[in-house]
Design a binder for this molecule. Structure first.
Ligand code: NAI
Ligand code: MG
Length: 499
């Protein structure tokens, strides 16, 4: 398959305006003066050199955030005022949808059409959701058994470190930053080294909106240096992390070995989609295709284990193979394209290695299996059949456009197989039978269940994992709890007539 990499007619190279660290409201070079290259996955070419933050830069950023928390206005102003500033930030982001979407497409190979229609408008709306929540954070009145009165206060946890991945750079930035801002926390964001550009752009928008200096800092750099310095910092009160299981473990270890800071982890998955005989086959094929291949499979909730009941299995296999072949791979700036390149060479090679492994493990390659074109990191939508539960392609998160298709007979078998994973982030169930849908929903150990739909995210729907997919919720009102702590206040009551 040849890949057209000139972006179609609409392509224009976005201007890169911000490449330095954002600390205490200023763009600054790293203390070492070092920079690193961020690359265009369409070609592997360098887009920009970005300041490479390390321990000293994290120290400076944490100091700014600490000072803004201990002495600044942000945690002390009313929730209403914080909400107004956040609304202004949402308006500014809305005015720059195109520019921010272009940065993520260039840095991460994401489809520009979807960035403009979904990712960035979604971030705008999430900010507005939490702006609206900022003045509705309150505790409880407690009923004590003796002559006391008591109440709880929900207080911001303090300085938060957000360590975010590259697959949804702007979405992840606002998943983390929005509820943390609403609660009155201050923060340091460490974007992924593959996609640092949009976070820097959004940081200066926050300043324009009126977020005080030091409240929101961004330190670009690598995980093993800047990321590790943040998660082991003695003055950081919480780390909110999204990324690999392996690094999630390191973050928890660093927290345990430093100041026992709070940790929440979102660590990806290997989500099942269970398709029963009574489902509409065409709808099921469309949903399965989206579940696996959307965003080139670089989604933590991708549904990549597709379980199809035996009565419709053969028809499903035929139709999904046709659909995969008609999925358009190419330049993410071209509006006709449905799948861009994998984010970088490392991920590209990882995915191709898994495809090789699948063949060696004895699965049958139904379609795809190769790179597309000669340059850049494009991979064909790939489907394996005859996949066995114990194969690594059925157990590991591949994070690429690779589907494992499996057959089942009974509902019991489907539930058992779907739960046969160390992960528990999401699951899909396709059936017209409400009893089947209910039973499966309650039996699957995963944080989100989608019935007759997939990727149905919304602001008010809490999102997070079971099992080794991590813990702590993003989105919804639950996400506020990650950035709050509860204080109990108790005082005696003298002379009350009710005692
Ligand atoms: P990663 O877990 O290494 O990267 C995520 C973030 O963690 C980045 O900002 C990175 O700089 C930072 N990081 C790396 N090492 C660190 C350390 N020692 N201490 C603190 N922070 C550190 O993920 P990577 O290597 O980019 O991707 C590997 C695999 O992880 C993917 O193939 C995929 O399976 C999974 N992944 C899951 C994501 C999800 O949404 N849950 C997102 C990205 C990757
Ligand atoms: Mg890594």
């Amino acid at each position: 398959m040849a890949v057209d990499c000139n972006g179609g007619e609409s392509f224009k190279m976005p201007e890169i305006k911000f490449t330095k660290l954002f600390i205490n409201g200023q763009f600054v070079d790293s203390v070492s003066g070092k920079t690193f290259e961020t690359r265009d996955p369409r070609t592997g070419d360098v887009i920009a050199n970005v300041a490479e933050g390390d321990k000293e830069d994290i120290d400076l950023a944490v100091r700014a955030a600490r000072n803004a928390f201990d002495h600044g206005k942000w945690p002390r102003m009313s929730g209403f005022e914080r909400g107004r500033i956040m609304m202004k930030l949402a308006d500014l982001l809305e005015q720059h949808i195109e520019e921010v979407a272009e940065l993520d497409s260039l840095d991460g190979g994401k489809l520009l059409t979807l960035g403009k229609a979904m990712d960035i408008p979604g971030a705008v709306n999430l900010l507005r959701y939490y702006a609206g929540a900022a003045d509705k954070i309150h505790g409880e009145t407690l009923k004590l058994s003796r002559e006391y009165q008591g109440y709880t206060l929900k207080e911001p946890i303090g300085v938060v470190g957000h360590i975010i991945p590259w697959n949804y750079p702007t979405t992840m930035f606002f998943f983390k930053v929005s509820p943390a801002l609403a609660t009155g926390c201050t923060m340091v964001v460490k974007p992924a080294e593959q996609t640092p550009l949009s976070a820097l752009f959004c940081a200066q928008l926050a300043k324009k909106a009126g977020v005080p200096d030091g409240v929101l800092n961004v330190v670009t750099g690598f995980g093993a240096t800047a990321g590790a310095a943040l998660s082991s910092h003695m003055d950081v009160d919480k780390i909110s992390f999204t990324g690999s299981t392996e690094v999630g473990r390191l973050v928890m270890e660093a927290a345990a070995k430093s100041n026992l800071k709070h940790v929440s982890l979102e660590l990806g998955g290997k989500s099942p989609v269970i398709i029963f005989d009574d489902a509409d086959v065409d709808m099921a094929v469309d949903l399965a295709r989206i579940a696996t291949f959307f965003n080139k499979g670089e989604i933590c909730v991708s549904g990549t284990r597709i379980y199809v009941q035996e009565g419709i299995y053969d028809e499903f296999v035929k139709k999904i193979a046709e659909k995969a072949k008609s999925w358009v791979v190419g330049d993410p700036f071209d509006p006709k394209v449905q799948q861009g390149p994998q984010v970088d060479k490392v991920q590209f090679e990882k995915v191709l290695n898994y495809i090789d492994l699948g063949k060696r493990e004895g699965a049958t390659l139904l379609t795809g299996g190769k790179r597309c074109g000669e340059k850049g990191y494009y991979i064909e939508p790939t489907i394996f059949t005859d996949v066995k539960e114990e194969m690594r392609i059925a157990q590991d998160e591949i994070f690429g456009p690779v589907m494992s298709l499996m057959k089942f007979k009974t509902i019991e078998e489907a539930i058992e197989k779907a739960n046969n994973t160390r992960y528990g982030l999401a699951a899909g169930v396709l059936t017209k039978d409400i009893n089947t849908a209910n039973r499966v929903s309650r039996s699957i150990r995963a944080g989100t269940i989608w019935i007759n739909c997939y990727f149905a995210f919304d602001n008010d729907v809490p999102f997070g994992g079971y099992k080794m997919s991590g813990f702590g919720k993003d989105m919804g009102m639950h996400a506020l709890d990650k950035y709050l702590q509860v204080k109990s206040v108790v005082t005696p009551i003298y002379g009350s007539p009710w005692l």
